[in-house]
Design a protein around this ligand. Structure first.
Ligand SMILES: [Zn+2]
Length: 372
């Protein structure tokens, strides 16, 4: 345990270890918009959290404290960015043209009107619904305030009850299923396995228990992968893939997490209807933290094009009984990207970035458990 603590980089989404600038209170999961919390209230809230946490952690997943107040408009539930800014203690934000920026010492979030894509410390994150405007309010859907923004602004409650030591890596495809095929003939199943071994090496160096759903060229169904992860009592699951597209210009890395219940995935139109929540949705907040940190570190270390944190209903996300994400490292159908992933040095950097993202998530969980 102490070895692990030493080996983990002290880091979180909001970098709370950095001293805040003069005159601004430290952002704390216990602090509410509109004022400081007294020591006594803090203690009451802590006990409440412990009791509620113990009651609900195993049955329903993490319990999250109250969110910014909502507004009903035409039958939809929204949170105004002005209320959201006040709730999390951001300075007052005013739109400039069709953009609005929430920024403090730790985090910078850029919103664009009518866009589902936001930028969080420079990394693209896709919400379920676009930012809209009603009278003078800029609005995000309540589900996005709850499952996308809150986990990044206040990760603690979303992860404090979860484990972090048993990591399952899932090399996509294998055996009779080659997955995608590159322009030079590279096979997704081989690259995914190579990447998984490299990520596993870095995680083991940091004293983690790492399991691979396959360690060679083996055919494995999606449900077998889930069963294996369950039998290993996975604390988190990371599936590793490479992409293909009809358009050879398509490029970049992306990280998927499960879409919220009844909500559109990133590739879907918001007008369609979508399946309700599954038990896997109790990890929505943790998935957001894990996906964001992995995407952020992957992009930082590869400098590859950032396609962002995206939502979908892939089997290994939908059927998970633990936080679960799926990484698409790059497009094998793009000649430049295929050449990059065939380069060992580049692949090593990608593996390092993914491992650093997972370690950053672990340190987030550890910190949340120490604080609560
Ligand atoms: Zn694949």
């Amino acid at each position: 345990m102490s070895m692990q603590l030493l080996n983990l980089r002290a880091e979180s989404l909001t970098h709370p270890e950095k001293p805040p600038p003069e005159g601004r209170p430290r952002r704390s999961p216990m602090r509410r918009g509109g004022g400081r919390t007294s020591g006594f209230n803090r203690l009451v809230m802590l006990s409440l959290w412990l009791v509620l946490g113990a009651m609900t952690a195993t049955a329903q997943g993490p319990s999250v404290p109250p969110l910014p107040r909502t507004m009903q408009i035409d039958g939809n539930t929204y949170v105004s960015l002005r209320h959201l800014a006040r709730f999390y203690g951001f300075p007052r934000a005013r739109p400039v043209g069709n953009q609005l920026l929430l920024e403090d010492a730790y985090i910078r979030i850029e919103f664009e009107l009518n866009s589902r894509r936001i930028w969080v410390n420079g990394i693209a994150v896709w919400m379920h619904h676009p930012v809209t405007q009603h009278r003078r309010h800029w609005l995000v859907a309540e589900v996005d305030a709850r499952t996308v923004l809150d986990p990044m602004l206040r990760p603690g409650p979303h992860v404090a009850s979860l484990g972090y030591q048993r990591i399952v890596l899932d090399p996509g495809h294998g055996g009779s299923d080659p997955g995608g095929r590159g322009v030079q003939g590279s096979l997704e199943k081989e690259l995914a396995l190579d990447l998984s071994h490299r990520v596993a090496d870095y995680l083991r160096m940091a004293n983690n228990e790492v399991f691979l759903t396959r360690t060679d060229d083996q055919t494995l169904s999606l449900s077998n992968r889930m069963e294996l992860a369950r039998s290993w009592q996975a604390d988190l699951f990371v599936s590793l893939h490479f992409n293909t597209a009809a358009n050879p210009a398509a490029r970049g890395s992306e990280t998927f997490l499960l879409a919220a219940g009844g909500q559109p995935g990133t590739q879907s139109s918001t007008a369609d209807s979508f399946p309700p929540a599954t038990p896997a949705n109790r990890f929505d907040g943790a998935n957001q933290c894990l996906a964001y940190l992995v995407q952020q570190h992957l992009i930082t270390h590869t400098q590859n094009q950032d396609r962002g944190v995206r939502r979908s209903r892939f089997f290994v996300l939908r059927e998970a009984t633990f936080p679960s994400i799926l990484v698409e490292g790059g497009f094998l159908t793009n000649p430049e990207e295929e050449a990059k992933v065939l380069d060992h040095e580049y692949m090593e950097r990608m593996a390092y970035g993914i491992a650093q993202g997972i370690l950053a998530y672990q340190s987030l969980v550890l910190r949340a458990q120490l604080e609560h």
